[in-house]
Write a protein that binds this ligand. Structure first.
Ligand SMILES: [Zn+2]
Length: 433
């Protein structure tokens, strides 16, 4: 093991983190700039380049090795006085031409947490930094592959074995190229539990416009919303657009259109006034058949994605949408059928860690706004097995999964400093100090 570089605690944490993020972008983004478009798609060569940067950085600055678990997650461990551990991290992978912060911020801020702890003497508990593998699912379509293996919730044979990318590469072959065997991925669960994890913390960008609209640099994440995702199919009769009077039609598209408007109303009706009670409902895909200008649509398929932090509210929204689909079908003389696509329960975060997160943000910013996360994160998987909380940095403009994604440096600075405080509070709590 090589000796760690001396880290000056006088240098603000955020300064080193931001410098590291620039360094990472220089190696893994098109044209090497932060807005050039990150190309760290999981299991591919540029993702491996990001991992190589991570491994070198950890070795140079901390003198520590990186261990890769059976699901391909990369671990860095700073042994404390007790084996009980606080775990934190995020993901270095990104969507094609993605942003410089989505995922990387949490991993790189985690390196700084370790640097400061290593420089400040032995920590009372052990610290683990994780770079989760394939959070995005950008190449094969299944998100959270690494963290769901660690959580023990993934069924690799059912959910991964059949997946193929656009070039025809099978996921099991891409995994093997990276030293991961499909048959052994779930061993990552025992690997995680053996590390006696007592808390999981994640810093991430918001990826939406809420903090920006509140003019807040950073916020406390209440949990990840539950999701109900379905495909709804309206069946009518395709007929000639000129020959068929409107009252005699069975227009499947009009059923879908009325249904989409009803879903917007359901989203508005079930949304409360607070971030905790805000819900969303989205119809993002519509396929109309036969699909030419002189035919009344005889068949329409429309997707529905509904999200809420409260499981009871989400169930009521789904029931209301089902009722709306039947009304929309009846009004247009059509039939309707629902096909389940995917569902996940809401994952509210741990009350004690939410308290620490609120205190940390309050200490740095003077306020502690709260919001739920609509997007899923690795933290949602960890919330199923240990106390978990996330902190968001503002996205400005409130978008991500694009190279335009950004957070102003002063906001990044506050978020990074608040996250360091959250780790301190959690370490003290787990150590019983
Ligand atoms: Zn992310």
């Amino acid at each position: 093991m090589s000796a760690a570089r001396t880290v000056s605690l006088a240098v603000p944490a955020s300064e080193r983190v931001i410098a590291d993020l620039y360094e990472l972008a220089a190696r893994t983004a098109t044209d090497g700039s932060i807005h050039g478009g990150g190309q760290r798609v999981a299991w591919g060569p540029i993702w491996r380049e990001a991992r190589a940067w991570f491994t070198e950085k950890v070795k140079t600055d901390l003198g520590l090795p990186v261990h890769v678990d059976p699901a391909g997650n990369a671990w860095v461990t700073l042994q404390g006085e007790s084996d009980d551990s606080v775990v934190f991290g995020s993901h270095l992978d990104c969507v094609p031409s993605g942003g410089w912060l989505d995922g990387c911020l949490g991993v790189v801020a985690g390196i700084e947490v370790l640097r400061r702890h290593a420089a400040g003497g032995k920590s009372p508990v052990t610290l683990h930094l994780i770079d989760w593998a394939d959070e995005e699912g950008a190449r094969f379509g299944r998100s959270l592959a690494g963290s769901s293996s660690s959580a023990g919730t993934l069924d690799p044979h059912k959910e991964l074995a059949h997946l193929v990318d656009r070039a025809g590469v099978k996921l099991p072959d891409a995994l093997r190229e990276n030293g991961v065997e499909l048959d052994h991925m779930l061993d990552a669960h025992a690997y995680l539990l053996a590390r006696k994890p007592k808390a999981y913390l994640e810093l991430h960008i918001e990826q939406g416009p809420v903090l920006e609209s509140l003019q807040e640099p950073t916020g406390v994440v209440l949990g990840t919303m539950g999701v109900e995702r379905h495909m709804i199919r309206f069946k009518g009769q395709a007929v000639h657009a000129g020959a068929t009077p409107i009252p005699l039609r069975q227009d499947a598209f009009l059923s879908a259109a009325e249904f989409a408007l009803a879903c917007r109303d359901i989203g508005l009706k079930f949304s409360g006034d607070t971030p905790r009670t805000r819900v969303v409902a989205t119809c993002g895909v519509v396929k109309v058949e036969p699909g030419f200008v002189t035919a009344v649509p005889g068949f329409t398929e429309i997707s529905l994605d509904m999200r809420a932090l409260d499981a009871g509210v989400l169930a009521q929204m789904k029931a209301a949408a089902e009722e709306a689909s039947h009304i929309a079908a009846d009004r247009n003389g059509c039939s309707v059928a629902w096909e389940y696509i995917w569902q996940i329960e809401p994952r509210p975060f741990d009350p004690k860690l939410l308290e620490f997160c609120g205190e940390a943000v309050q200490q740095i910013v003077g306020r502690a706004p709260q919001l739920p996360s609509g997007p899923l994160h690795d933290a949602a998987e960890m919330a199923g097995i240990m106390p978990t909380v996330m902190m968001f940095a503002q996205s400005s403009p409130g978008i991500s999964h694009t190279k335009l994604e950004d957070t102003p440096i002063p906001h990044l600075d506050k978020s990074i400093r608040a996250f360091q405080l959250l780790v301190e509070k959690t370490v003290a709590h787990v150590a019983g100090i």
